[in-house]
Design a protein around this ligand. Structure first.
Ligand code: IPM
Ligand code: MG
Length: 401
């Protein structure tokens, strides 16, 4: 193809993306109501096993959840639904990141708990379809990726609000190879998209008695899109005079999370999608590894809760999947309980995971046969949740740190 033709065809492609994104902005500008879970009966919880270690850690988590919600389930207030078919084999068969019939079932659930799903990359033998996570976040408009990281003994209590539908992810599978030597991807940041995530971060800070919101960008270099994100923060910050806010660049932010003298001063952090992806892995690692962190994908209508790590196919290949750590999915389940109105149960589950995974560790997961299985760890958490002295047990650990 001549260069002129190559440019014309890239322009045409870009034009289509612009039309698509402008339609998206129009939808975003239409106010949507938040789901009121207290008015729903039953609340339908979808369980999505996923790939690799997903089914194993999902099963361990489902047992805990079902146990904690057994009264509500028998009273018909909660219904569990198994969502089949969000596996790489089925997605490859349909050549779709989420096959239509699977998406239809997902939409019948108010909230879902999702095991990790394999994300194909060029050359790995699977069709190079979009990540199921990314598609689900876009399809269900789950714009807020909320990722808490807590290390009580160091006074670390961070909550990341990662924007979840825009940035390089919005059209991440629709970049163009303009010529064999020139590849271009597109970064999308919108005003309503930035507003709703930044507003959610400030509202969370206010609701939870936090005093500071940190906005992370690279607006000194990526002037237009990050500039918009930062300008939006300036605007929203004015609505919250009691909350102090500051802007940081992503590079120095990654360094500051390692600065033991200052890192405990960060509280709520809000950032565009890709920076949020990277920074939350770093934060989770500081907490004890990506296997310890849960993730909430919140939209106004739907919400999906998941582990922040991947499907660990190597563990399955080596026959070690039964030893996979379910902590991150259990955390996600605790966040789900809080989100759908069972705050007390959610908090108990968080405390039990702290005790079993961080402090007491009567049995521990190593990912190998010298450690506990997912199932046994799940039972350990379940019996800890049941313990009537859970609160004091937890407080003793915190005090002794
Ligand atoms: C995450 C994951 C996903 C992402 C992948 C699996 C597409 O890393 O949830 O952080 O990049 O968002
Ligand atoms: Mg990630």
């Amino acid at each position: 193809m001549s260069n002129i033709n190559a440019i014309e065809s890239a322009k045409e492609h870009f034009g289509k993306l612009l039309e698509q994104q402008i339609r998206r902005v129009d939808l975003l500008l239409k106010e949507q109501e938040w789901t009121d879970y207290s008015g729903l009966s039953p609340i339908v919880i979808g369980m999505i096993g996923g790939d690799g270690i997903g089914p194993t850690i999902s099963l361990a988590t489902q047992k805990v959840l079902q146990h904690m919600l057994s009264d509500e389930e028998s009273q018909g207030k909660i219904k569990f639904k198994t969502v089949e078919g969000l596996t790489i084999e089925n997605r490859a068969k349909h050549n779709k990141s989420i096959p239509d019939d699977v998406l239809a079932v997902i939409k019948e659930c108010h909230v879902t708990l999702k095991g990790p799903t394999h994300t194909p990359e060029k050359g790995d033998g699977w069709p190079n379809i979009e990540s199921a996570n990314v598609s689900m976040r876009k399809e269900l408009d789950l714009f807020a990726n909320v990722r808490p990281v807590r290390i009580p003994r160091e006074d670390i209590d961070w909550t990341f609000f990662r924007e979840n539908t825009e940035d390089l992810y919005a059209v991440g599978s629709q970049g163009v190879n303009v010529t064999p030597d020139l590849a271009i991807d597109f970064r999308v940041i919108t005003s309503p998209g930035s507003e709703r995530i930044i507003e959610a971060a400030f509202a969370h800070a206010k609701r939870t008695g936090k005093t500071r919101v940190t906005v992370v960008t690279k607006a000194n270099v990526v002037k237009t899109t990050d500039g918009k994100f930062l300008d939006t923060a300036k605007k929203i910050g004015k609505r919250y005079p009691d909350i102090e806010w500051d802007g940081w660049y992503i590079d120095i932010m990654t360094a500051k999370l390692l600065d033991k003298a200052r890192r405990d001063q960060f509280q709520v952090l809000v950032l565009p999608n890709l920076y949020g992806d990277i920074l939350t892995d770093e934060a989770a690692e500081i907490q004890g590894g990506v296997g310890t962190a849960g993730s909430a994908n919140i939209g106004k209508k739907y919400a999906m809760f998941e582990a922040i790590h991947g499907s660990a196919p190597r563990m399955v290949d080596e026959g070690r999947d039964i030893f996979a750590d379910p902590s991150s999915l259990l955390r996600a389940a605790a966040m789900m309980l809080e989100h759908i109105g069972f705050e007390e149960k959610g908090s108990r589950l968080h405390k039990a995971i702290d005790i079993c995974g961080m402090y007491e560790r009567t049995i521990s997961i190593t990912g190998r046969s010298n450690g506990a299985t997912s199932e046994d760890f799940g039972s350990y958490v379940m019996s800890t949740v049941e313990d009537s002295s859970l609160d004091s047990r937890w407080e003793n650990y915190i005090d002794s740190q």
